[in-house]
Design a protein around this ligand. Sequence first.
Ligand SMILES: *Cc1c(COP(=O)(O)O)cnc(C)c1O
Length: 220
Amino acid sequence: MNAIAARLEDIKNELGTNTRLIVVSKYRTMAEIQAVYIAGQRAFAENRVQALLERYDALPKDIEWHLIGHLQTNKVKYVVPFVKLIHSADSLKIIQEIDKQAAKINKVQDILLQVYVAQEETKFGLEPKEAKALLENPDFSQLQNVRVCGLMAMGSNTTDAAQIKREFTTVANLFQELKSGAMQHNEAFKELSIGMSSDYPIAIACGSTMVRIGSKVFEG
Ligand SMILES: *Cc1c(COP(=O)(O)O)cnc(C)c1O
């Protein structure tokens, strides 16, 4: 087994059965991504639309693509035709545009609401109370071509494990609250996308169903 295949195997063994691995391929070369593909991985994520489109074009069509970066309204139409899951839906406006573009091609687009729990000013996302308000907004309830499948969040960029655990617990609690509240009739609402290379063991302990891992796969 080569080094990449071995690392994929190790990470998957740590994940257990409740958590899926999404490999973050941003900034990697096509050859690096291909090596991970050959090792068997099919779910990949990009954070920029331009890179996502280039990779979608160049790489095998059985790859499942995830968008994990901030999405601008004018770019939505390029990604909706093929993207599996948009993790970074962070406003009613962007969700309305996703719905509009998905309706044009008769698709129901799966999305996650990105929730802001980190103690940094630079990250996108909805405050927990904004996420709740959005799901209860009548303008949201009307939308037929988007399906909210759960929540995504990023922890702070810190080595303080206790802080990251507090942040992941906040989003996990919100997830449970919505699951038994506003989203109780939506069976698709079951994904909690938390955890990256530096913090995925904490995320798994907090109930992550999808970890987004880049450097640990490509660099070890
Ligand atoms: C880059 C990125 C990741 C993966 O980060 P690694 O530290 O390389 O594992 C996960 N989620 C988002 C939103 C990212 O932008």
